[in-house]
Design a protein around this ligand. Structure first.
Ligand SMILES: Nc1nc2c(ncn2[C@@H]2O[C@H](COP(=O)(O)OP(=O)(O)OP(=O)(O)O)[C@@H](O)[C@H]2O)c(=O)[nH]1
Ligand SMILES: [Mg+2]
Length: 321
């Protein structure tokens, strides 16, 4: 799934301006070519303007509808992400409003084309054109706020991670600053930002661990604290990835304890409630006393890895099962 290609949503005034300018340009071309009585000329120019205005507006509004994915058709992870990062109902209603505007300008176009074609009165031609312009502008202005909300949503959705749905997926989880992104780099060779302070990672980083035949998707999540009841938006993203995308969670313990081991263990137990297979990796073992690591490995009765190479081999093995 990839949201980078979402096209910019312009303002209501922008759409009106572009469509009206196109209509004026069309009138210039028609004026040079028109023939017949004054009434015939005037009618053919106005009919062409109406048609151009409608076509340009329709094209741009349809572009919005075609560019945005159908929210209900998205994979569960993205639906939940939309619910977390945006107002789901408002987004759906905004798209509905654009749809309404397209229907409305189609209807106006039909009605005014018919009236213009029928009239035999020159002053009525101008009156109809003015009326049509006014009504079309008013339709577009009616959805002004919805267009603004769609543009705001697009900017948020553009930052959504591209996560493949049908690939064995590992989520790296744990407290902030314990080496999650460093592990992603070691496993997949991808190079997101790594820094010596907490909360460096502010979105999901995705990399791919390649073995002989297959690829495993690895998602590095932003650091989470053990406070599921009051997660911020970033923590919620990490949680959604674990809940909806992970086939396996790699939980990292940092025994140098930038956060107390007790809290790290608490978060580990909370993640078990997701009912996903979890394996443990101990980071920064190069900095740690070997006895401390050995004692942790012995006492903590889980599947533990202290080497990223061995962890990679285990992940590949599990992905094949
Ligand atoms: N010596 C050593 N340093 C490490 C190791 N893993 C991570 N670090 C360092 O620990 C710091 C944090 O590493 P990150 O990989 O950014 O940690 P993170 O868990 O992704 O942090 P957030 O994204 O902020 O949650 C950086 O300074 C890394 O260089 C390791 O195995 N050995
Ligand atoms: Mg990180």
């Amino acid at each position: 799934m990839n949201f980078q290609g979402l096209g910019k949503v312009e303002t209501a005034d922008w759409y009106i301006d572009v469509a009206f300018r196109a209509a004026t340009k069309k009138a210039g071309i028609m004026r040079a070519a028109a023939s017949g009585t004054r009434l015939d000329k005037s009618k053919s120019i106005e009919l062409a303007k109406l048609t151009e205005l409608h076509a340009v507006l329709r094209k741009h509004l349809m572009q919005i509808l075609l560019s945005f994915p159908s929210i209900d058709g998205l994979p569960e992870f993205y639906q939940q992400l939309v619910r977390t990062m945006l107002e789901y109902d408002k987004l759906k209603k905004s798209l509905g409003a654009v749809n309404w505007a397209v229907d409305k300008i189609d209807m106006l176009h039909r009605d005014y084309m018919r009236d213009l074609t029928r009239t035999r009165d020159l002053t009525r031609v101008n009156a109809l054109r003015k009326e049509y312009y006014g009504r079309v502008s008013s339709v577009v202005k009616t959805i002004k706020e919805q267009l603004a909300y769609l543009e705001n949503s697009r900017k948020v959705m553009k930052e959504f991670p591209s996560i493949k749905q049908n690939m064995f997926t590992v989520c790296i989880a744990g407290f902030p600053n314990i080496g999650k992104t460093t592990l992603l780099s070691k496993l997949t060779g991808s190079k997101p930002e790594i820094a010596a302070y907490a909360f460096t990672t502010k979105k999901l980083n995705v990399g791919y661990l390649k073995s002989d035949h297959e690829k495993v998707q690895v998602i590095d999540t932003p650091g989470t604290l053990n406070r599921f009841d009051k997660m911020n938006a970033i923590e919620q993203q990490a949680h959604l990835a674990m809940k909806y995308c992970a086939d396996l969670i790699v939980y990292i313990f940092d025994l140098s304890e930038p956060f107390p081991l007790m809290d790290q263990k608490k978060l580990f137990s909370q993640l078990k409630h997701l009912h996903k297979p979890i394996i443990v990796y101990v980071s920064k073992t190069d900095l740690l006393d070997k006895k401390l690591v050995a004692s942790f490995v012995t006492n903590f009765k889980e599947n533990i890895f202290t080497s990223s190479d061995k962890l990679a081999a285990e992940i590949v093995k599990l992905s094949r099962n």
